[in-house]
Design a binder for this molecule. Structure first.
Ligand code: IMP
Ligand code: MG
Length: 177
């Protein structure tokens, strides 16, 4: 493999750990113990793994589901569509759901996920994102729980990728040339 571009730390491993613990406390206070987490793959798997352990420390006992969504046409058309690549396995009917995603940008992915889960009869649907980029929304949607608001730069690490690389970085970084 050729040498890949270097990265610069934007949010450190320690900053993430502190914030995730706080978020978990907020989530545990707002949702019933017996919530269903729907983690949107692939970007949110690292955040989800840390969040559920922090939720345990905060007294919650979540069920955990995974769903892979893909969005097309982002940035090129105004009507980017979202598709289910791999669905979750359990029913969300009557469940208090917390959708967990890596980053809220255009809002299309989370709008699709929220509407889908609502349509399947969830009792309540809340959204937690590690990162939010303001001013980039194509559809109006807000997350109930936000880890960090970041400026409009392409970020990688802690599950987030560039061309399916950099997910393993323990921090959130930006690619430097
Ligand atoms: P949107 O809110 O539907 O535009 O989609 C957000 C999705 O785009 C996220 O789940 C990420 O997979 C991806 N994404 C958006 N911004 C970034 C970034 O800065 N780094 C890595 N992935 C990103
Ligand atoms: Mg993603």
């Amino acid at each position: 493999m050729t040498e890949r571009a270097k990265t610069e730390v934007l949010i450190s491993q320690h900053q993430i750990a502190v914030r995730v613990a706080t978020l978990a406390n907020e989530i545990a206070a707002a949702l019933p113990k017996d919530m269903t987490i729907v983690s949107l793959l692939r970007g949110s798997f690292v955040f989800t793994a840390d969040l559920i352990r922090a939720l345990h420390a905060a007294g919650a006992q979540p069920q955990v589901e995974f769903m892979t969504l893909a969005s097309y046409g982002r940035g090129t058309t105004s009507s980017g569509t979202v598709e289910i690549v791999r669905d979750m396995t359990e029913s969300v009917e009557g469940r208090d759901v917390l959708i967990v995603d890596d980053i809220l940008e255009s809002g299309r992915t989370l709008t699709f996920a929220r509407d889908l889960i609502t349509g399947r009869g969830a009792k309540s649907v809340r959204i937690a994102v590690l990162l939010e980029k303001p001013g980039k929304r194509a559809v109006e949607i807000d997350a109930d729980f936000v880890g960090f608001v970041v400026e409009d730069k392409f970020v990688v690490g802690y599950g987030l990728d560039y061309a399916n690389r950099y997910r393993e970085l323990p921090f959130i970084g930006v690619i430097t040339a």
